[in-house]
Design a protein around this ligand. Structure first.
Ligand code: CP
Length: 335
């Protein structure tokens, strides 16, 4: 269904940009470390509104007409890539998709030249995933387009962090005072870092739990509690986010065997029975069934894994939309 009169359907929108309590002033979306609690809340509220509109049948919003979104994925992706693509289409933008396979990277073209050439096709919003921490920020300093970080190595995955926050907020309303456990491969996880920044800014207490080899040294300096005993913390937590073992980023053996990891840190029915009755189980995906969690937990009543994916679409629409509106505002174009 086409929805041409979005502003009239959502009159409060202009408050965000004109006279409202929060003003969006970010050109790029590079990490939750760089956003205030108010800015995080603003994106989440915008995502909630997009989700509400989609549920009401407004699946095509004419908000990014004529805008070109570049999706540059230098690493594999299923959820982030497809949802950014669909988010752009739902906002009526055109999209350009890039992946290394079959590209001129194989002829020696650089990362920056690749991005500059794609930008020259009229891209004003550039979504970037790269294995190197800081790659999106590097681009943001060298191109005119707004850059949205879709995951940079072990650094941050801000839209994943936002969709996790949105999903937890849906369950609990407010995250102030809630306790959230991030379990697993904290050392290699960009999702862990974005969750830690975002959850703490919204007032939650964060416990990171895993084998000592998979917890970065001095992570306590980020303000989190550290545990190596999942059974001990389970009864205390409201949410458990089960992070994937990132075998592709590990250069050594961080635990003796998969079976041993699953035995000590995998979520299963017996452990779930010791948790709070309304505990929420999250996993950013992809999941290794039988490693981070058993299939009965992944598909069970406490799991919100597919709700996370659904919220990812709304969050990415919100990110694209807010950055585009900021560009318009900077160019002196108002609606
Ligand atoms: N959670 C996540 O980033 O999934 P993808 O790697 O499939 O995008």
């Amino acid at each position: 269904m086409q929805h041409k009169g979005y502003e009239s359907a959502m009159p409060q929108f202009h408050d965000y940009f004109d006279d409202g309590p929060v003003r969006w002033t970010q050109k790029h979306l590079l990490g939750l470390e760089y956003l205030s609690a108010d800015e995080i809340t603003l994106i989440l509220d915008q995502a909630v509104e997009f989700k509400r509109l989609a549920k009401a049948g407004d699946t095509k919003l004419e908000l990014l007409n004529g805008v070109v979104v570049g999706n540059l994925f230098f690493e594999p992706s299923t959820r982030t890539r497809t949802s950014f693509g669909l988010a752009a289409k739902r906002l009526s933008a055109d999209t350009v998709d890039f992946s290394p396979s079959g590209s001129s990277l194989s002829k020696g073209e650089s990362f920056l030249d690749t991005a500059r050439n794609i930008e020259a096709m009229g891209v004003s919003l550039m979504v970037v995933r790269h294995k190197t921490p800081g790659a999106p920020e590097f681009l943001s300093q060298r191109i005119d387009a707004a850059v949205l970080n879709a995951g940079d190595g072990t650094h941050e995955h801000p839209t994943q962090g936002l969709l996790d926050l949105m999903t937890m907020r849906e369950k609990f309303g407010d995250l102030q005072g809630r306790t959230v456990a991030l379990v697993g491969d904290i050392r290699h996880s960009r999702v862990a870092r974005s969750n830690i920044w975002g959850l703490q800014k919204l007032g939650a207490h964060v416990i990171v739990c895993g084998p000592a080899t998979l917890i970065p040294p001095e992570i306590e300096k980020m303000g989190v509690e550290v545990s190596h005993n999942l059974d001990a913390i389970i009864p205390r937590v409201d949410c458990i986010n089960l992070l994937r073992i990132q075998f592709e980023r590990q250069r050594g053996a961080f635990f003796p065997s998969i079976n041993e990891y699953a035995h000590l840190f995998g979520m299963n029915g017996d452990r779930l029975a010791k948790a709070k009755k309304d505990v929420v189980i999250l996993a950013p995906g992809p999941i290794n069934r039988g490693v981070e969690l058993t299939p009965d937990v992944a598909d069970g009543e406490h799991s919100v894994i597919l709700e996370q994916v659904k919220n990812g679409l709304a969050v990415r629409m919100a990110g694209l939309y807010l950055l585009h509106r900021y560009q318009q505002q900077q160019a002196g174009i108002s609606k």
